[in-house]
Structure formats: structure tokens, C-alpha cells
Design a protein around this ligand. Structure first.
Ligand code: 5GP
Ligand code: MN
Length: 341
């Protein structure tokens, strides 16, 4: 098992290294509404490739949430929604495109249309289930907790000496967020070994946790209170859910990223195995849904079956085009159908 695992990294890294030899302009794209794993893997690779002597640009499908801006605050990082002309220029100049932390063009929104017919080779590196075929070369590892862990192993194989404190900081950020600070089932001894190596690169782990988690605005704290107050349970099935309406979000001056992590609170209740949050998105006129579950329960199947979504076994997403009332009704009926066996 270990042999196959190690060999796949080695084989991929060797192929990638060969491709990189003939390339000077690289482009990196993470998924839309980027989290610390998407940004961490992108920014780590950005610094690494720059140190390899490449010209590198990062295009975010939309801008990073405020609390993660410290990761993307560089002139070579732009967002497509604010710079569509520059994006086109960067796309036509690039010789290679890295697609990080997503495996379906749907996950990069309208930027997907810009690259779906592009001739430039696309290298996809990701850890979600069911990868779609849009890349030239890919490494898909759904059994790894974060894309940051994968990209760290690739960089380490190509040139360990280039991994500095900045790269290590980005990698640590993605690892802690995607493993729930080392508690989710995909956290392994290898994850901890990597973390030990990151500590040896000089990271300030306390500061990184503070940057990511201790930065609530006053309104965000109040919005969390509303989400918790709105919590409902579906009796005997260990399922809880909450809803944040457009009006509630407006009242507490909602900014992108503010609801991150809210859904996890439901799982703290004794006997609860599934927690769900419905968030009314006034920009896109949909209801965005997040699903979280405890170990044995696969919410990605539920998200896929009823809410056009997917993701990981214990952390998935989906959406609904219907009203809040209809969505809630459909949800309750679906839970009763899916979880009553
Ligand atoms: P979140 O609830 O944090 O938005 O997403 C949790 C996980 O589900 C993420 O890893 C993400 O990749 C996946 N996910 C979120 N929304 C969707 C969606 O609409 N479709 C699919 N296939 N996956 C999603
Ligand atoms: Mn991820």
C-alpha cells in the first residue's frame, strides 16, 4: 500500500517536472469561493514555481474572503470577476494551467467557460470524489484530507530545499482547515509527519490559527447567534438544520466567508450525526446548502441525490432554486426517505 502510494506521487512528480522544464509561464486556478485549502495550495505552488524561475499568475474565480486576504495579497493574484480582460490575457500567455482543489469545471463558475476549450495543458491536483475529465494530467486523491497535503508531497519530491517558511505557512493553513484542526477521519500519521516538517520550516502555528479563526467581526458573532437560534431537529434521525434568510444576512452586514464553519456547530449536539445549513444567496438567487456528518454517514450521496451537489463523505454542498419554504419541505421529506432505513 505504502509503495503504491509513494510511487504514484513519484511518477506524477517526475512527469510534472518534465513538463515544467519546457515551460516559463504558469497559471494557477483554485475553486470559486476559495477556502484556505484552495488558497493555501495555490499560494504554496505560486511561491514554489516562482522559486523554480517561472513566471506565475494566480486567477481566483472570485475574490478571497476578507479573513483570508493575507494569503492572496500579491500583485500576481487577481480575481476573474473583477478582471475579466486581464484574465483573458493571462490565459493566452500561459503555457500550463494548474487546477487546484476542484475536479469539475462547474466549481470555478463562469471561468470554466474560458478554459473548457483551451489548448493549454491543464494539470489537476485534487482530493474530491468523482473527478471529471478536463485535464491533461491529474492527481486525484480522495483519501487525502487536503489538497495542501498532496501539493506538499509533490513539491517535496521535486525539490524539498525550495520549501520555505512562507510555503509551509500556506500548506499548514490548508491542512488545518480541511482536517478541522486534525480531527476529521482523513487525518493520518502522514498528515502529522508533514506538520512536523512544517514546524521545522519555522511556521508560527499559533499565529496561523489566529489569522484564520480569531477574526470574527462583531456582526459575524451575532449572525452565528442567529444561526444557532434558528436550529431545528428532525426527531429521532439525528439530523439538525438551520436557515439564514436574506433579511438576516443583510441585518448583520453579511460578507463572504462569514458563515464558514457555522454548520459544524450542529454536530456538537449529543446524538446528532448530520448538520445542515441553508443560506439564501441574494446575488445568485439560489439557496446554498452545506452538509456535514459524522464518520459513517455519507452526506455527499444525499447532496447529490436531492440537491444537485456533492463533495466529500462528511462535508458536502449543494443548492436549491426553490423558495426557502419549499426547500425546507423538500429537505424534511428527503431526510425521512434517505435516513429511515
Ligand atoms: P461547503 O459546505 O464548505 O461549501 O462545501 C463542502 C464541500 O462540498 C466542499 O469540499 C466542496 O467541494 C463540496 N461542494 C460544495 N458545494 C458543492 C456543489 O454545489 N456541488 C458539488 N459537487 N460539491 C460541492
Ligand atoms: Mn480542499
Amino acid at each position: 500500500m505504502f509503495g503504491i502510494f509513494a510511487c504514484m506521487y513519484l511518477e506524477f512528480s517526475q512527469k510534472l517536472n518534465k513538463i515544467l522544464e519546457g515551460v516559463s509561464n504558469c497559471l494557477i486556478i483554485p475553486h470559486k469561493n476559495p477556502d484556505a485549502d484552495a488558497l493555501g495550495s495555490s499560494m504554496a505552488l505560486f511561491v514554489f514555481l516562482t522559486k523554480l524561475g517561472k513566471k506565475v499568475k494566480v486567477i481566483l474565480p472570485n475574490s478571497a474572503p476578507e479573513y483570508l486576504e493575507w494569503m492572496t495579497n500579491k500583485p500576481d493574484v487577481i480575481s476573474y470577476d473583477e478582471n475579466s480582460e486581464k484574465t483573458k490575457r493571462y490565459l493566452s500567455n500561459s503555457q500550463i494551467i494548474f487546477a487546484l482543489d476542484f475536479n469539475s469545471l462547474k466549481r470555478i463558475g463562469s471561468l470554466g467557460k474560458e478554459i473548457e476549450n483551451i489548448k493549454t495543458p491543464i494539470i489537476m491536483i485534487d482530493h474530491h470524489e468523482s473527478p471529471e475529465k478536463f485535464s491533461t494530467l491529474f492527481l486525484s486523491k480522495p483519501n487525502i484530507g487536503s489538497t495542501c497535503e498532496i501539493i506538499y508531497n509533490i513539491m517535496k519530491t521535486i525539490n524539498n530545499k525550495l520549501i520555505d517558511k512562507e510555503i509551509a505557512t500556506y500548506i499548514y493553513s490548508g491542512i488545518i482547515t480541511d482536517t478541522g484542526s486534525f480531527r476529521y477521519p482523513l487525518t493520518t500519521a502522514k498528515t502529522h509527519n508533514i506538520t512536523s516538517e512544517l514546524f521545522n520550516k519555522g511556521i508560527n502555528h499559533t499565529k496561523i490559527h489566529e489569522n484564520i479563526y480569531d477574526n470574527f467581526s462583531f456582526e459575524r458573532a451575532h449572525l452565528l447567534a442567529v444561526a444557532l437560534k434558528n436550529l431545528k431537529k428532525i426527531d429521532n434521525l439525528g439530523v439538525v438544520y438551520t436557515i439564514l434568510t436574506k433579511q438576516e444576512l443583510e441585518k448583520y452586514n453579511f460578507k463572504k466567508g462569514d458563515t464558514e464553519g457555522f454548520v459544524n456547530f450542529g454536530l456538537r449536539i449529543k446524538g446528532v450525526n448530520v448538520s445542515v445549513i441553508f443560506i439564501e444567496d441574494s446575488n445568485e438567487d439560489i439557496i446554498k446548502i452545506s452538509f456535514r456528518s459524522k464518520e459513517k454517514i455519507d452526506v455527499s450521496k444525499f447532496a447529490k441525490k436531492y440537491f444537485s451537489g456533492g463533495g466529500h463523505k462528511n462535508a458536502s454542498g449543494g443548492f436549491s432554486n426553490n423558495s426557502i419554504i419549499e426547500t425546507e419541505k423538500k429537505f424534511i421529506a428527503s431526510v425521512k426517505e434517505f435516513f429511515t432505513r
